[in-house]
Design a protein around this ligand. Sequence first.
Ligand SMILES: Nc1ncnc2c1ncn2[C@@H]1O[C@H](COP(=O)(O)OP(=O)(O)O)[C@@H](O)[C@H]1O
Ligand SMILES: [Mg+2]
Length: 317
Amino acid sequence: MSSLEVISGLFARKGVRVRGERLIKVYRNGPLEVQALRGVTVDFDPGKMYVVMGPSGSGKTTLMNLLGGVDKPTGGLVFHGSKRIDTMSDTELDDHRLDYVGFVFQTINLIPTLTAKDNVELPLLFKKVPKNVRENRVIRLLEAVGLGDKATYKPGELSGGEQQRVAIAVALANDPPILIADEPTAELDYENAKKIIDTLHSLALQHGKTVIVTTHDPRVAVRADRIIRLEDGVTKGEYTPVELEEAYTPTKPKEDTGVYSLANIVRARLARVNEEIEELQRKMKRGEMGIEEAFDRYQDLSKQKRALEDLLASIGG
Ligand SMILES: Nc1ncnc2c1ncn2[C@@H]1O[C@H](COP(=O)(O)OP(=O)(O)O)[C@@H](O)[C@H]1O
Ligand SMILES: [Mg+2]
């Protein structure tokens, strides 16, 4: 991954400021209405890795889709640098997105029948990059994410972490100024998650890209330069990892019991995970749950438990 920095000229375009202004998003399903975003104003500057953190359903994916031009807001404005994108026509927006924004998703979206190389080549084909330039760039991109030797592998022949690195190479194919990753580490173990986050971080730090990552994994959040908290469709503040802890540590212990300190939040989550593990074991013993389902759930809970314990240790809890 450190090879990202030595491959000169691959990532020549610097980031641009991404701005969402008073963003509102309402989803309508027949008579039902969901207000996913309720007036969000946020700025993301190049050269820093931003993490948008919030519980499931808080509007993270919706916000990424609006900022990246995948979807249009019900109200509010979206800027990429000085370009306003929410008023572009669908075709204009498609072209702009292909050129300007790289996306990485939780569910790795590679085409399973194509090799790593061919997956990375696709965005270049869409952009009508000449063949000789394409081939050279594809190999260098795969080298940049540490997969130069696996160019001819298909996704099914690669590990989850490797697949996600191919997905990053795909996202970077057209050297976009903006990189948006929606829970890119959710399905990875800690070691692989760390590699992905380090790569995203170096794209911001060393290549000056605008990098926005969503997560609900506190281990990912602590590696951010800035953390934006989203709750129920509104932003609750912007912090460095240290400020986040300070902001939620009460200055007047008498009036505030301190339940909002980061360490206490982590402790409370850990307690809940432990309860869930116990409940799972009870259900398994009573035969109320299939062994496969229980195993998957158990793996997931253990992963969360280890993550929370690591984080607690790292913040001195
Ligand atoms: N296409 C959709 N149609 C209807 N409701 C949606 C749609 N997408 C998201 N929502 C709702 O909007 C809210 C925010 O969702 P989302 O942005 O996916 O949150 P997060 O990524 O933080 O989990 C949720 O209540 C979700 O159910
Ligand atoms: Mg989401």
